[in-house]
Every structure is written in C-alpha cells, then in structure tokens.
Design a protein around this ligand. Structure first.
Ligand SMILES: [Zn+2]
Length: 379
C-alpha cells in the first residue's frame, strides 16, 4: 500500500489519489452521508445542561446533530424530488446507518454490568418528531432517492464506554443519564472520539466483540431494510485488517472512506496511516471508494462550499474518476437549530443544479451500485 508523508500538500495528495483511481469517461457523482440512525445530541435541553455541568461538548456535531426527525427527512427528500422532476435525473444519497443505539434503561437496571442495545427504529418511537421517520425514510428508499448502507451497529465503542461506566467515571455517567456519549473528554486513554469510534481496537481480544457487532449489525440491517448492505464506512475512518476480514466473510465488497485509513497500533496509543484510492483492491478482493469532494457546511458556515465542491468534482472528472462527495447527516438536521437545516438545504439544492449545469451528462449513483454495476464485483 502507498503511504504519503504529511509534508505533501493536500491539493497534491488529492490530485495523486484522483490520478491513480479507477478510470471512466462517465461523469459519476456519488453522495455519501454518514451517521443516520444514531442519537448524537438528544435535545437542546440536554446540550445546555451538559454545558452547564462543565462537559466539553464543543464540537459542532453536538450543537447541531440529532436523531433525524420526519421533518428533516422529508425536507431533504423534497429537494431531491424537485431536482428529479426538473431535470429528469434521480439524485441518490447513500445514507450510512447505525442500526442501533444503547438501551440506556436496561443498561442502568443492570447496574452497568451488561450492555444492551435497541434498533434505531425503536429509538425513533421515543424521540419527539421521529415517530414517523422510518415511514418517510422508506418512501425515499422506494423512490431511489436514498440508499441505506452500513456505518456500524452503533456509533459507540462499547467496551471502552462500559469500562468507564463500571469505573464510575463521573462525566461518562453524567452524559449517560442524558442518553448521550459523544462528549469530548478523556477517559484514561479513551477520548471522546474513541467512544464514538466503534472499531478503534484496543486489545486483540476485542476481535471477537467486533465480529459480534458486525454480524448482529448485518442481521439487524437486513431485518429493517429487507436487503443486505454491500458497502461499509468505518466510524472516524478507524479500522484494521480484522474488520476487513470479518466484512469480507459477510459479503461486504466495498469499503467507503477518506483517502487516509487510521489503523490503531500498540493498544490504541497511536495510529498508522494507510492511503487509499477509488477502485483499489485489497488482498481479500474488497475495493475502496475514496471521498474526493466535500459538502460539509455545518463545519464552517463561512466557507463557500458550492464553489469548493464544484472545484473538487472538476478535479475528479479531469482525472476521469468518480466524484464522491462527503455530506454528513449533521448538515441536514434542524431539530436543534432549524436554520442549520434550512440554510444547508438551500445550498445543497444549489449544488445539485450547479453540477447539472456544468456536467449535463452527470449520473448520480449510490456507493454500492457503483461498484457492483461498474466494477464487476459479484453481488
Ligand atoms: Zn460517523
């Protein structure tokens, strides 16, 4: 595998990754959106309470991201559908799902001795505004506007989190009482990113746990959506060879990601970085899809995301490789800050029309079907 030192500027790395990626004359755009199904910040009241309690929850995800409401989903689908009606093209979003959330009540009644989870469709029933989220979601899936794939069983490193709860770690328990775990605070060697990062393998013995997580996640996904996912995106881009091997055994042929994979080393104290490019094949025959364009306005509202994204798509097409746009769920969520959703949807709609104007032959393709249809991987 290639490894590029940090001294190489980002634009050069991007050119290099696009240059060696899979080649096509077609103008293919893939839109990948992570984090669907996960709670993140349960409510504005919890957000303010945790700040009052002194927890470091400064990330924009905690301020803006929450379980998707029916309104969030339908507002996004309206944009996609209006584009389809106007242009005759179906813009599909690959929605990467966490199929479960912790079952806080059961974990508490077990005095933190055992972990329990619930399918995200059950979590929908307990969150105001989410009661009809699944029904609305399914309408978009049937209309081929939204294609669910797999981001993990839950967006949580269960062994580390349970250890912190069993140790009585004050802040972890405080957040737990509010149905929350994504705050930014070190617990021993397990920082917030690592609580959020399920595949941050700490010990070799964790492999058995990861196998259970992936198998149960796959079964739950299939029960909920009625089909098997073929592509996977690791949380926080952290995973190792064992995860790939388990996924290959489960029939997952496509690994989504950024150009850098973080591989945990030496009991989680450091990472090795591995560079990937689109179409690259690993020893198990799996292929990588690498994001080379970004629409993440929630992360920096003052940036001109439309022109930067168009430039990135242009670069991908110059190198005759698909444009794979990263657009996390947080950009489309309005239950905590309605303006976040409204503003970003306006931008997203503009972006779609700009793409269509600049490349009338554009084809919107989901992550799993790009590889299966165009790269001849057996499905
Ligand atoms: Zn994620």
């Amino acid at each position: 595998m290639l490894e590029i030192k940090k001294v190489v500027p980002n634009s050069l790395k991007q050119n290099l990754v696009n240059a060696i990626g899979w080649k096509t004359n077609r103008k293919i755009v893939v839109i990948e959106s992570d984090d669907w199904g996960s709670i993140r910040m349960p409510s504005l009241a919890v957000y303010h309470y945790l700040i009052e309690q002194g927890l470091d929850i400064g990330s924009y995800y905690n301020r803006l991201d929450s379980l998707e409401t029916e309104k969030d989903i339908s507002a996004l689908f309206e944009i996609l559908d209006a584009f389809r009606v106007k242009t005759g093209k179906t813009p599909v979003i690959t929605g990467n799902f966490l199929v479960a959330n912790p079952n806080f009540e059961r974990i508490k009644s077990d005095h933190f001795q055992n972990y329990h989870y619930e399918p995200f469709i059950k979590t929908y029933q307990r969150y105001p505004g989410c009661e009809k989220s699944f029904q609305t979601l399914q309408e978009g899936v049937v209309a081929r506007l939204f294609r669910p794939q797999f981001h993990g069983r839950e967006h949580l490193n269960v062994p580390m989190w349970m250890e912190a709860l069993q140790d009585g770690h004050h802040e972890t328990i405080l957040a737990f009482e509010c149905n929350c775990w994504g705050y930014k605070r070190d617990y021993k060697d397990a920082g917030a990113v690592r609580f959020q990062s399920a595949f941050n393998c700490r010990h070799l013995k964790d492999d058995a746990y990861y196998k259970d997580v992936l198998i149960e996640g796959l079964q739950l996904f299939e029960r909920i959506f009625g089909y098997r996912f073929r592509s996977f995106i690791a949380q926080n881009f952290v995973w190792n060879n064992s995860i790939e091997k388990i996924l290959a055994e489960l029939g997952v042929h496509i690994i989504q990601g950024n150009r850098n994979q973080s591989i945990p080393m030496n009991g989680n104290q450091c990472y090795r970085t591995k560079l990937h490019y689109t179409g690259q094949r690993n020893r198990l025959g799996q292929r990588y899809l690498v994001r080379n364009a970004f629409f993440e306005p929630s992360s920096n509202p003052s940036k001109d995301w439309i022109s930067s994204c168009i430039k990135e798509i242009n670069n991908a097409f110059l190198w005759k490789t698909p444009a794979i746009i990263s657009a996390h769920r947080v950009n489309f969520i309005g239950s905590l800050v309605p303006e976040n959703r409204e503003h970003n949807l306006r931008l997203f709609s503009k972006l779609l029309y700009e793409i269509q104007k600049k490349w009338p032959m554009v084809e919107f393709v989901s992550s799993d079907s790009l590889f299966i249809k165009n790269m001849e991987i057996p499905c």
